[in-house]
Design a binder for this molecule. Sequence first.
Ligand code: NAD
Length: 451
Amino acid sequence: MATLRSVNPSTGDVLGEVEVTPLDQLDAIVARARAAQPAWAALGVAGRAARLAPVAGRLADRLDELARLISREMGKPIREAQGELRAIADGVPHELAEIAAALAPDVLDDGKVRSTIHHDPFGVCAAITPWNFPVAMPHWMVFPALAAGNTVVLKPSEDTPLCGAAYAALFDGLVPADVLTVVHGDEAQGKALVAADVDLIAFTGSRAAGKQIMAAAAAGLKRVILELGGKDPLIVLDTADVARAAVFAARNSFRNAGQMCVATERIYVHRAVADAFVDRLCAEAARMTVGDGLADATRVGPMVNARQRDHVVRQVADAVARGARIVAGGDHRDLFVTPTVLVDVTPEMPIARDETFGPVACVTVVDDDDQAVALANDTRYGLGASVFGADDDRTAAVARRLTAGMIGINQGVYGARGTPWVGARESGYGFHGSRDGHRNFTQTRVLSRPQ
Ligand code: NAD
C-alpha cells in the first residue's frame, strides 16, 4: 500500500504517514457516501445540528494538541495555529444558527400562487482542501455541507494529511458511518474524486487547479464552489495614518509566512508618504523573528515545502533582475525565507502578476488615486484588497472602485460576522459563509400550488 509521509518543514522530521487511498477504491467510497446520505438528510436541520454541535467542544478540548500538530505539519507559528482553531470552535454556535436560518424554506404568495422555496441537500459533496489553514479550510466546507444534509468525502492536502485526519476525527461517533469519509493522496486522488459520482465539488486551492476542476466538472454539469488564489493589493493614500498602514502591511504580508490567499502582495503607496511608509514597513519586517513555528518568539515560520520556497526565491530574483530593489530581507536558509520588502516593482514583472504565497511585500509608488486604482485592478485575481486613508469620502470612493470581492478600509478583508467569504474574477466561483454562501451547498427547489 502506498503511503504519504507528513514532514515538519521546520526540521525535516517525519511526523507520521497515512495510507494513500487507492484510486480504484474511490468509486466504492463515494457509493457508500451516497447510500448514507438519505438517512443523514432525514434527520432534518435541527437533528443534524445537534449531531454536529459537539465538534466545537471537542476542538476546544484538544486545542493545544491540534495547534501543535498544525505548527509541526505546516510550520505556522503556534499562536496563529491556536487562533485558527479558536475561531472555529467559537464560531460553531453562530454558524449552526446561520445555517438553520439559511435552510429554512422561504414562502412567497402573490395571491394567485403560493410557493415554497426549499433548500435541499445535493447528495454527495467532495471537499478538496489546501494546506495553509489545514483545519479551517476543511471546516469551512465540511461543516456547512454536512449541516445542509450532504454527505462528504474530504481530501485534505497531501502536505497536511494528519491535520485533515485529526479534523475528521472530531466527528467520530457524532455522525453515522460514511457521512464523512477522508481520502488521502495528491492531485491524482483529487482528480479521481472530481470524476467520481459526486454532486458538488467544494474546492479551495490554486487558480490553476480550480480551472482544471471546473473543466472536469463540466462533463457532468456538477456544481462547484471554487475558492482560489489571490494577489491582494493595498493602497496607501497620502491621508493615511502611515504607521498604522505599515504595521498592517507587515502583518498581512508576512503572517503565515505570506502563505495566505488574502495576504497583501502588492502595495501602491502615494509618493508623498512613500518614504515614511517603506521605512516603517522595513522596520516591522526586521523585527519579525523567523524560525520553527513551535518557538514562542517565532513570527514567521518556514515555507511549507521546497517547491513553494523555490517559487518565492525565484520570483524575487527575477524581480531584482528586472530592476526591483530589496530593501529588507531577501535571504533564505532551508525552507525559511526572511520577510522581504521589494521597491520599484513595476506592473509587468511576474512578481506583480502571479501569486507569490510567501513573505514578500512589493511596493510601487503612485502619483494619484486613479493610478493606484488602475494598478490595483490590473490583475486576473480578485480576492481581497485594502485601502488606508483618512476616514472620508475619498477613501471610500477609492475602495468602491476596486474589483476584489472583499475590500477593507483601514483594515483587512474580514467582514462582520455573517458576511460571505467571496472572491471575484479568477479568485473564486461561488462562495461560502453567510446565508447565501450556505445556500451554495444546497439545491433550490420550488413547490407551488394555486391559492
Ligand atoms: P493546490 O491547488 O495545489 O491544491 C489544493 C488541493 O487540491 C490539494 O488537496 C491538492 O491535492 C488538490 N488538487 C490539486 N490539483 C488538483 C486537480 N487538478 N483536481 C483535483 N484536486 C487537485 O493548492 P495548495 O498549494 O494546496 O494551496 C494554496 C492555494 O490555495 C493558493 O493559491 C491559495 O491562494 C489558495 N487558497 C485560497 C483560499 C480562498 O479562500 N480563496 C484559501 C486558502 C488557500
